[in-house]
Design a protein around this ligand. Structure first.
Ligand SMILES: [Zn+2]
Length: 311
């Protein structure tokens, strides 16, 4: 099965064994994360996959691992990914938003991979990584360009904390070609396979058009181990990339679920998530205690939810 791979001169028995003994976490299973997950699973690398969202038909465009049925049924991405990937390897799925309270999930992995679309989570991963000495790989796509960078000695906060984070995570402004995200994901997967098989990985910022940049590390409170502001912060209302959707952490009663159902049209319902359309506005209630709804901004999302469920 792996003969072609083994035929590569610097990959032998030893490297294959290391891959099979390793575990990687993939945070976010959209256009980049799902592709990375498939690459790694086919190497037999054990996976922890974490994603907060459910599937919609447009996810068929950007990923190879989801089926039309998964999307029609609004399956959570983490669960649909597990169903597909466990043909190849052991997979633990978490239908969760990575937040300061659940980063402990990542404690026993050898490598963390960013498949998210937001800076907040990347800062959180970077701080967890620095604090626990677990390297991670940043992956992103903006317009026609994709980026990948391995962080072991380097520090994401040193590079990005000073930039305006809001300007860097807006995938709704410019559409993303699946080809660009696939290339970006493959560059990241290649770095992951090299690292997990014991090879040296450079810490340059690589782009999908073949450029490679050396990045400076001036030093900051995170890499000096003085403070972890994102890791120590409260959970927040976060924007979900793409369609003016916001996520709220809210434990809702069965009564509230019924109340939401009675006010609109049920789009789909399974034991993980209930999706309802109310006045053309989409609302998804997760049984794990989260809500994702369409709104203009964070405040609007909060007031809409209390309007709908009456709390
Ligand atoms: Zn730093």
């Amino acid at each position: 099965m792996y003969s072609r791979f083994e035929a590569l001169s610097n990959f032998g028995e030893e490297e294959l064994r290391k891959l099979k003994d390793s575990k990687a976490a993939i945070i976010g299973l959209g256009a980049t994360g799902s592709v990375i997950a498939e690459h790694l699973a086919r190497h037999g690398i054990e996976l922890l996959v974490v994603d907060r969202d459910y599937l919609e038909m447009n996810d068929l465009y950007s990923s190879n691992i989801y089926t039309p049925e998964d999307c029609e049924n609004s399956l959570p991405k983490a669960l649909a990914a597990k169903n597909y990937l466990e043909e190849f390897t052991e997979v633990q799925a978490e239908i969760e938003s990575l937040n300061p309270e659940n980063t402990g999930l990542l404690r026993d992995v050898d490598l963390i991979i960013d498949g998210t679309d937001n800076m907040e989570t990347r800062f959180l991963i970077n701080e967890f990584s620095k604090k626990n000495n677990i390297p991670w790989i940043y992956t992103s796509v903006l317009g026609e360009k994709g980026y990948s960078m391995f962080f072991n000695d380097n520090c994401f906060s040193c590079i990005f904390e000073k930039l305006n984070a809001g300007s860097l995570d807006t995938c709704e402004v410019s559409g993303v070609l699946r080809e660009t995200s696939t290339i970006s994901a493959s560059i990241t997967a290649q770095k992951a396979v090299k690292y997990l098989s014991g090879k040296e990985v450079s810490e340059k910022l690589d782009t999908t058009d073949g450029q490679s940049f050396e990045v400076e590390k001036p030093g900051c409170e995170v890499c000096r181990g003085e403070d972890y502001p994102h890791l120590n912060s409260e959970r927040k209302t976060v924007a979900v990339c793409g369609e003016n959707k916001y996520q709220l952490e809210k434990e809702l009663s069965q009564e509230a679920f019924e109340k939401v159902k009675s006010q609109g049209e049920v789009v789909s319902e399974n034991k993980y998530v209930l999706r309802v359309k109310i006045d053309d506005r989409s609302i998804a209630l997760f049984s794990s205690g989260r809500v994702i709804l369409e709104a203009k901004d964070r405040g609007h999302a909060e007031s809409l939810l209390s309007e709908i469920v009456g709390v």
